[in-house]
Design a protein around this ligand. Sequence first.
Ligand SMILES: Nc1nc2c(ncn2[C@@H]2O[C@H](COP(=O)(O)OP(=O)(O)O)[C@@H](O)[C@H]2O)c(=O)[nH]1
Ligand SMILES: [Mg+2]
Length: 695
Amino acid sequence: MKKYSSEAIRNMALISHGGAGKTSLAEALLYTSGAVNRLGTIESGTTTTDYDPDEIKRQVTINVGLAPLEWDGIKVNLLDTPGYFDFIGDLLGALRVSDCAAVVVCAVSGVEVGTEKVWQYAEDFNLPRLVLINKLDRENADFEGTLAQLLEHFGTKVVPVQLPIGKEDQYKGVVDLIEEKALLFSADGKKMEEQEIPEDLREKAEAMREKLIEAVAETEDELLLKYLEGEALEPEEIRKSLRRGILEGKIIPVLCGAATKNYGSGALLDFIKSYMPSPVDSEEIEGILPESGEKTTRKASPEEPFAALVFKTLADPYVGRINFFRVYSGSLRPDSQVYNVNREKNERIGQLFSMRGKNQLPMEEVVTGDIAAVAKLQHTATGDTLCDRGNLFQFMPIDFPEPVISFAVEPKTKGDEEKVSSGLSRFLEEDPTFRLERRAETRQTVISGLGELHLEIIVSRLAQKFGVEVNLSTPKVPYKETIRGQASRVEGKHKKQTGGRGQYGHVYLDLEPLPAGEGFQFEDKIFGGVVPKQYVPAVEKGIREAMEEGVLAGYPVVGVGVKLVDGSYHTVDSSEMAFKIAAAMAFRKGIEQAQPVMLEPVMNVEITVPEAFMGDIMGDLNGRRGRIQGVESAGGLQKIRAQVPMAEMFKYSIDLRSMTQGRGFFTMAFSHYEEVPHQVAEQVIAAAKAEKEKE
Ligand SMILES: Nc1nc2c(ncn2[C@@H]2O[C@H](COP(=O)(O)OP(=O)(O)O)[C@@H](O)[C@H]2O)c(=O)[nH]1
Ligand SMILES: [Mg+2]
């Protein structure tokens, strides 16, 4: 690939509701630009950016796919993103490093839930954007209707700059409302022929152009004055102001396309070149000085020292690790050294390349604003900053959502436990929305993620890449046990004195509850050496071991303060072991006397649903022992904040989807432990007992 200056780069994320045609669009743009020779399709599994076996099998994008291409003297880095919420980590990474976005909307389905979601993300990231109304070749494609929906949802900033010529299978070109001409596509879509605007579209085109001019005029007082006085705006003036309006987010232009026919690709690329921002159009980048933690900024300029943000990591057992990054200032060459600020480690850079799907295209320099990949770094993960050692700078972290669904994993073959956990831990490097946890409370390995599909894919990759198969099950709730009351002078005596050397340990313990959140406290209150000093650590150890299994249902005990207050010993028969046993006996007895109760984890949950589903959602939360903390409304959607026991939330992502026809979503994070209501506790205890008997 040729070398491009920062001004000649465009970083654009393709975003949409799943299935609107982002991957097909990336393919069409690659094809039109000559980057690929054949137009790959989703159906045959031959697109450039959906190359992963899971993507091909399921026909959905899972990983952000990079598609760099060259067009008329510029380099466009397309970032093809996943549309499913399960893979939102990659969407967020892509949005973070893009300078603009194309929101793809299906001309048949119109504005969908996912369209609203990605729109909101683009707003959050402050990204200039365009809308591409895709699938105009399909039966029932409705440009007007889709446009009306866009206006209704997103307001009058949305302004068409193209008008389709021909409907459904007759769709064959567009009217360019800026340049006032018609563009007719060749059969393979690679070429466009300029023509006069067709007679039957003239009136409509004129009216729509008028709207466009009005929108352009409204972006600047001076222009507006001129416009209102009836003066015509110069073509160059229109172009310049349209570009500025788009960059400032005041105008969101709408274009037309049919990705699988490769219709509209050339016109879209021309538009990206002329009207979408380059990396040096952006304002200063915010970050922090790692030494002091102070906020600072960095200019997006090749003159500044090198700084880059890693937004995606692939861990492959064969190729090793590949980190994708964007350079924000300065530049990077192969065979150099950089500093990873987050890990406080130097990293050696070997080869640098641009990735086009799975293909590596070597690069001699990665300039300010460009996106590239590097293999075999030792310490670097997603979200890390790489920079010049002498000029430290750290980017703000990428905010990834917390997992909302968990499964317990168990190898299908006994003995594969080690392989499972080492394999799964590799996915932690790749995926900041994935969690792996060994839960001592339940003796289970638990994986957590953003949805069923997310975890299914991880398990399928585990099998593919590491050759181990696992079973998934609903995880056990990590209950805990504690006490509500006190117990004093609880005796524990371990004595065996029949022939030979005996065993003798004898203690008295006081137990009291600790404030919430505190695990364990131990105090030695022995006077006069009735329990000799050398045996006190054994007493503490005996208690700690006994705490691992509570008396109610065998869950770990927390929140107990223990005082060793009295005891006795035997000069010959006493030993550490004997005191350990005596202490554990006393502790268990003490717990039984001190009103033991079960604790359960409670989650903070935030649910966003369209107004119409509020009643159902609230009723359902009630059934899950949820406590509503607040309700806010935001643009036709209701956001409910609630606290709900973890035990009631395992299948929530599935249930919420079916309750809201896929339109609701939620986030969830651990809040605190709380006493389990008596009736529920009885069931948990009975279940634990039954399990124990089985063993
Ligand atoms: N008829 C028609 N089908 C399309 C078009 N674009 C995409 N598709 C089909 O729509 C489906 C989803 O496309 P895909 O590119 O995977 O969408 P993504 O989920 O947004 O990446 C696939 O079956 C495509 O073949 C189009 O312009 N016209
Ligand atoms: Mg896709």
